[in-house]
Ligand binder design. Structure first.
Ligand code: UDP
Length: 239
């Protein structure tokens, strides 16, 4: 092991629903989900406590329902349920890799997920189980980013690893503007003032007020989760 010394003992990984898309336009690519599970296994093997907040954007986002004329609350509940669907897929993939997991849902779905009970979740983490948080905070008008920050604070994670499809935080959207430059590190206040797209503003402010750093990195580069946890320079550190 020697050089593989993790920089963090406990992390919360924010996986957007899109992470599970692979090359699909919609839904869950099970092959891609297994690849992610294998990467999570690698960091578990370092002895790091891992919790995951999974999004639902590959299936349904509240905003989409609203655009189609739905009531925001109903649309958000569909979004919430889509995160549970993703959580089940991720749990299955992790267990196929031999990892013990617990699925937690912020809305009660007793037959397949546990409710969020902080002390119980802490116990799971102490026992080396990977905890998968689904259904965000269980309330409409929130995102899984904000849920990720709150849960990270509650379980005393030392960092949020925000897995994305770009290499970090840029001065502008790199998919749209060729001249966009990437930051190695950036302050919360700059993210807020420059309205940079890292997480939604509620999530960023919660991180800032509680000094919880975020590493924004590209999940599509194999090994990046482990690199980030080993303290190597990947993506952008927001602190
Ligand atoms: N959502 C919600 N409350 C929460 C978390 C999520 O209402 O605490 C809903 C919201 O409609 C959101 C959807 O669930 O659009 C999917 O979550 P999100 O968009 O955060 O997923 P991601 O973009 O990470 O895939």
């Amino acid at each position: 092991m020697g050089e593989d010394k993790p920089a963090y003992r406990r992390v919360l990984i924010k996986l957007s629903g899109e992470a599970l898309l692979g090359d699909l336009p919609y839904g869950i690519d099970f092959k891609r989900t297994r690849e992610i599970a294998r990467e999570i296994k690698e960091v578990r093997e370092l002895g790091v406590d891992v919790a995951i907040m999974i999004g639902g954007g590959n299936i349904f986002r509240g905003a989409h329902g609203v655009n189609e004329g739905m009531d925001r609350v109903s649309a958000d509940y569909i979004g919430l349920l889509s995160t549970v669907i993703n959580g089940i897929a991720l749990q299955d993939a992790l267990e196929k890799e031999g990892i013990t997991t617990r699925l937690i849902s912020a809305i009660e779905i007793r037959s397949l997920a546990e409710p969020f009970i902080r002390r119980r979740v802490l116990r799971h983490l102490e026992k080396g189980r990977v905890v998968i948080f689904t259904a965000g905070l269980g309330s409409p008008y929130f995102t899984t980013d904000t849920a990720a920050v709150l849960r990270a604070l509650e379980i005393k994670a030392e960092v949020i690893l925000k897995a994305t499809k770009v290499d970090g935080v840029y001065s502008a959207d790199p998919m749209l503007e060729a001249g966009a430059t990437r930051f190695d590190s950036i302050k919360f206040l700059e993210v807020i003032q420059q309205e940079l797209k890292v997480m939604d503003s509620t999530a960023i402010i919660l991180c800032k007020d509680n000094n919880l750093p975020i590493i924004v990195f590209n999940l599509n580069v194999p090994g990046n989760i482990k690199r980030a946890i080993l303290g190597e320079k990947v993506g952008t550190m927001v602190s």
